[in-house]
Design a protein around this ligand. Structure first.
Ligand SMILES: Nc1ncnc2c1ncn2[C@@H]1O[C@H](COP(=O)(O)OP(=O)(O)O)[C@@H](O)[C@H]1O
Ligand SMILES: CC(=O)N[C@@H](CCC(=O)OP(=O)(O)O)C(=O)O
Length: 281
């Protein structure tokens, strides 16, 4: 992903250089109503413009199982046949998205729930079949996100809440990983706002020992990341998350943090929070 051309925007009435937080929450937080409630309260209390992106893979897997549909993941991506697409559309675009919006409204935040199809905000292309057929999984089309339109929504007082559904512009909905959506939005909006991308999940951040919450790694640069991969300190879902995170840093996003959803309030109090990703020294 390249940094977007923003010269035309600087001359418009939009608001360059304002702070924007793009925060993504994962399935384990969404699945726990207490954690979700706590997180949404802290999210609401953050100053500046905000966008929330949510996954919900865990809930979708459970719902699919209830309906007798088996879930298959390959390299952290869901094989999405037509039945599975129906389930994820209902779960991400409906159940989870609308519950989050309703809770934010209760806290006085004028949230508006969106898929990538709404407002044509995020266009994707069905992943081509190579060795694996992922079905209706969408890869975001480069430069397809229009940051000005999203900015207008925020300037009008709305807080966009994006789920993990995109579209191809030809009438087809697609399932797109929420970490990737958050990173693509952050890159696109970083020309208009001082953008901080935050991945919130159930652990304190990237840990040296996944079973020891006290082993938090405070800072990682790309070189350190390569070493951590070789040592297998980082694995499974954390790999695509960090790949997305470093892409965002390389493409102009001011800061990327990976931390615990329960600790988000520390950011407002200027206390250390999670693992901060940096460029190579
Ligand atoms: N070094 C690490 N520190 C923390 N988590 C790690 C690490 N390596 C792998 N993980 C795994 O990555 C997971 C987070 O990725 P994922 O499940 O995709 O997140 P999300 O809930 O945001 O979708 C954690 O639950 C943990 O099991
Ligand atoms: C293509 C693909 O894999 N999409 C993801 C979208 C949801 C997601 O990203 O949820 P978490 O953040 O909770 O993992 C999926 O269906 O699991």
């Amino acid at each position: 992903m390249n940094k977007i051309d923003t010269d035309h925007i600087k001359t418009s009435n939009l608001s360059p250089d304002k702070a924007l937080y793009i925060i993504k929450i994962g399935g384990n937080v969404i699945d726990n109503s207490e954690n979700l409630h706590h997180f949404l309260k802290d999210f609401e209390a953050l100053d500046g413009f905000k966008i929330l992106v949510h996954g919900g893979g865990k809930v979708a897997t459970q719902m699919a199982e209830d309906l007798g549909i088996e879930s298959k993941m390959v390299d952290g991506r869901r094989i999405t046949d037509i039945e599975t697409l129906r389930v994820v559309t209902m779960v991400y675009g409906g159940l989870i998205n609308k519950n989050i919006v309703a809770q934010l409204q209760r806290f006085g935040n004028n949230a508006i729930g969106l898929t990538g199809a709404d407002g044509n905000f995020i266009k994707a292309v069905k992943r081509p079949v190579k060795t694996i057929d992922y079905g209706f999984v969408g890869d975001i089309v480069k430069d397809s996100i229009n940051p000005e339109n999203i900015s207008r929504l925020m300037e009008a007082g709305f807080t966009p809440v994006f789920c993990a559904i995109t579209h191809d512009g030809e009438g087809q909905l697609l399932n797109t990983n929420a970490d990737t959506i958050a990173s693509a939005l952050a890159v696109s909006l970083s020309g208009l706002y001082e953008t901080t991308l935050i991945y919130c999940f159930e652990k304190k951040g990237v840990l040296k020992d996944i079973d020891d919450e006290e082993s938090l790694i405070r800072e990682i640069n790309p070189q350190h990341y390569e070493e951590l991969k070789v040592e297998r300190i980082i694995h499974s879902g954390m790999l695509p998350k960090l790949d997305n995170a470093f892409t965002a840093i390389a493409c102009g996003v001011k800061a990327v943090i990976i931390g615990k959803s329960d600790d988000l309030g520390q950011l407002k109090d200027n206390k250390p929070f999670g693992t901060r990703l940096t460029k190579n020294a």
